[in-house]
Write a protein that binds this ligand. Sequence first.
Ligand SMILES: [Zn+2]
Ligand SMILES: [Zn+2]
Length: 280
Amino acid sequence: MLIDLHTHSAFSPDAVDGVQTMIEEALGRGVEVLAITDHCDCNFWELPAPDTVRDREMYGVKYYAKASISRVDDMKKIYAGRINLLCGTELGQPLQNPDAAEKIVSDKRLDFIIGSHHMNRGKDDFYWLEYGKMDSSEIVSLLDDYFEEVLEMCRWGSFDVLGHLTYPLRYITERGRIEDVDMKRYEEPIREIFRTLIHNGKGIEINTSGLRQPIGKTLPELDYVKLYREMGGSILTVGSDAHKKGDIGAGIEEGIKIAKQAGFTHLTCFEKRSPNFISI
Ligand SMILES: [Zn+2]
Ligand SMILES: [Zn+2]
C-alpha cells in the first residue's frame, strides 16, 4: 500500500502545487492514504500579511495555516471514497509560541499533527545556517541545543509523531561538515526523546526526503528506527516530505522496507488524531 503522511501544498511558503493538484497527482500515483501537512512554524505566527512582503517566506503563518486546514477539509468531502485524505499540519517550534500552537492543535478538523523542530531559539532554520563559517564547537553546540529543544517539545507532546528526527544532519552533510559530528554524543538524548514519546503515546516518522538529497538516508536512519522499536515504540508513519507534486510517494517503498528491517509489522495512520494501524 502506498501511504504518504508528510506532504506540502502551496499553502506552505516553500512549496508550489495547490491542494487539489497534489491530491490528483497522488491518485495518479496510486497513493491510497495521503496527508497534507502544511507548515505551521509557530514562531512565524505574527509576521506581516502576505500582500505586504516581497519574500514569500516572510509572511505570517496565521495567514495560511488555517487556510490550508479549511481547504484540505473541504477536499476530504469531494474525494471521499477515492482516497483516504488526512487533514494535517507540520507544527514547527510549538514552544517558541505556545499560544499560536494552541490555536492550531485545538482545531477539531485536524486528523494528524507532525511536531517538527526546524530552528533553535533565536536562530535561523538549519537550512539557512552557514556551516562553512563555523568551527566544530559551534556545530556541536547547535546540535546540543537541537536535541534539547526536540526533547522539550516531546515533553509538551501535543502532536502525533515527531517529524524528521536528525533534521540538521541533512544540511550539515550537504555543506560538507558531517565529519565534525560525533553522533555517539547524542545516543542518550535520543533515547530520552524516544522514552518520552513512548510514555506520551506519541510516535516518530520515517521521513524519506533524505533519500533524494546528499545525505542519502531517511530521517531518522534505520539504526534509530530500530532503537525506537527496541525501546517499545509502536507508532510509526512514513512520509516523503514532498514540496512539489513530483515528489509525492517518493522513497515510500524504501521507507517501508526500513520499517520492516527495524521490526515493524504495521504503520500508523490517523483519523481525527486517533491512531489506527495498517499491516505492512
Ligand atoms: Zn520539516
Ligand atoms: Zn515538511
